[in-house]
Design a binder for this molecule. Structure first.
Ligand SMILES: NC(=O)c1ccc[n+]([C@@H]2O[C@H](COP(=O)([O-])OP(=O)(O)OC[C@H]3O[C@@H](n4cnc5c(N)ncnc54)[C@H](O)[C@@H]3O)[C@@H](O)[C@H]2O)c1
Length: 456
């Protein structure tokens, strides 16, 4: 029997998520809709709107077979009984909770649209990351007017990470499905479990109550970000004490209770989720008068901001307390490797701060230059964009490595050094380069959380 599935929101989650679902479940007909007609046109073109390793191949296999991208939202709602919702819920920029709480207006709009256009029972699945208890609001909208149609709301948060999205979706470490514990809630849950069972082993599919599911996603992101801020806080101490954060992380991470992953000191975390989701958690804690808990999690975001500011101050100090008129190349603009996504990328902050110091910046990235141009639109200063790192670096005073792209490790630094202004500096915000070798070539090298290697 063909299963008809709709996904509202064709972004970084909806696009790859539904492409993999369509690939794994040939018996499902999957339609992805969005209000953004340009984004849908891009999904239907040869140039997909997002870069993710392996995504294009899957879209080419499935598009037009059992995967469809469309702007016909109302029709999509009418014709499909299982509806994933993966619209964005950014941090609110206005009114109560501005800068902290989730802006749920896209979410509520979608709920009302589903209510208005439904003619048959629907299972509505939260894929977006949302504050705990959002499903209750969704239920109240869907069930409040007595339309006579049964709606079941499930929570099925997405745990994939950009850059490894396809692998994460094909082989998830877990799939979490939260439901109401009523007869109809459990039945809806089982329908979704059945779909995932096509490619996910049973033991990796967790079921829970709906609030635990909603909260688990916020907590997972908060824990991940917390590890980054923890090692970054220690990197500041390492810089004062001649300890090496890499050595410390290795020694600490070999304790199996701690583990080695996510202990890489850097210029700080970015991405559309970590900051937004922690602030969301902080806001929820304050809402429930848990001030100490709120302050604890808020400090994870503060340390991240501190780390970025520290990076700039280190640059300034190392380059004789003036960056004015100096040409600095940002190697990497994406918030992490293997994605073109620049949302909340530390590179945005670093670029702006360098321009405030009247430096000239050259931005280089293999996949994020289009987004970088949008991010820097309207920002005053001398900015240029160059995909080829060798061209980008010619005539520069300094290199700031801001994304851990694999190809940066194997650049010909001898050749680069020869084309740069001397003394030449490297600020390795990701600790990915061979620092000793760069130093031997002649660079002054400033890693994060390690003693600098300088010729002065
Ligand atoms: N990006 C990630 O790595 C990631 C991972 C896990 C979870 N999430 C969560 O998933 C959600 C979506 O994230 P994303 O990165 O895909 O966001 P995104 O901004 O890339 O995509 C959201 C899409 O929803 C569309 N949209 C908004 N309102 C709509 C409406 N009323 N009808 C139809 N379309 C509408 C937007 O046009 C946009 O294309 C967020 O809650 C996010 O926190 C993201």
């Amino acid at each position: 029997m063909e299963v008809n599935i709709l996904c509202i929101g064709a972004g970084y989650v909806g696009g790859p998520g539904m492409a993999v679902l369509a690939q794994k479940c040939p018996h499902c007909r999957v339609t992805v809709v969005d209000i953004d007609a340009k984004r849908i046109a891009a999904w239907n073109s040869d140039s997909l709107p997002i870069y993710e390793p392996g995504l294009e191949e899957i879209v080419l296999q499935t598009r037009g077979r059992n995967l469809f991208f469309s702007t016909a939202i109302e029709r999509g709602i009418r014709e499909n009984d299982i509806i994933f919702v993966s619209v964005n819920a950014p941090t609110k920029t206005f009114g109560v909770g501005a800068g902290m709480a989730a802006d749920l207006h896209y979410w509520e709009k979608t709920a009302r649209q589903i209510l208005k256009h439904s003619q048959s029972p629907k299972i509505v699945i939260e894929k977006s990351t949302l504050p705990v208890k959002t499903a209750l609001a969704m239920e109240r909208i869907l069930k409040g007017v007595g339309s006579g149609i049964n709606f079941e709301v499930l929570s099925n948060p997405e745990f994939m990470a950009e850059g490894t999205a396809i692998k994460d979706l094909e082989y998830p470490e877990r799939v979490l499905i939260g439901s109401r514990e009523t007869e109809s809630g459990l039945k809806a849950r089982d329908t979704l479990v059945e779909i995932y069972l096509t490619w996910v082993p049973r033991e990796k599919i967790l079921t829970s109550n709906i609030w635990s599911s909603e909260l688990s996603k916020l907590v997972a992101n908060a824990f991940l970000a917390q590890r980054i801020s923890s090692i970054n806080a220690i990197s500041a101490l390492c810089e004062k004490t001649e300890a090496d954060v890499g050595e410390v992380a290795k020694a600490v991470g070999m304790d199996s209770r701690i583990g080695p992953k996510f202990l890489q000191a850097s210029v700080g975390f970015g991405g559309s989720c970590f900051k937004k989701d922690i602030l969301n958690l902080v806001y929820l804690c304050r809402h429930y008068s848990l001030e100490e808990v709120a302050a604890y999690w808020e400090s994870v975001v503060r340390i991240n901001e501190y780390q970025q500011e520290r990076f700039i101050l280190n640059m300034l100090q190392a380059m004789f307390n003036t960056l004015s008129g100096k040409k600095i190349c940002l190697l990497g603009f994406a918030f992490k490797a293997n994605t073109g996504d620049t949302r909340e990328s530390p590179a945005i902050f670093i670029a702006r701060r360098l321009l405030e110091e009247k430096a000239e910046i050259v931005i280089s990235d293999p996949h994020a230059l289009t987004n970088a141009r949008c991010d820097m639109e309207g920002v005053e200063g001398r900015i240029s964009y160059e995909g080829n790192p060798y061209d980008a670096l010619r005539g520069c005073h300094a290199i700031a490595v801001l994304t851990e792209w694999e190809q940066y490790r194997s650049l010909d630094f001898q050749n680069i050094f020869e084309g740069m202004v001397k003394p030449a500096f490297i600020f390795d915000g990701r600790n990915i380069l061979d620092h000793q070798r760069c130093f031997d070539i002649g660079f002054n090298v400033y890693p994060v959380g390690k003693p600098p290697l300088t010729h002065f």
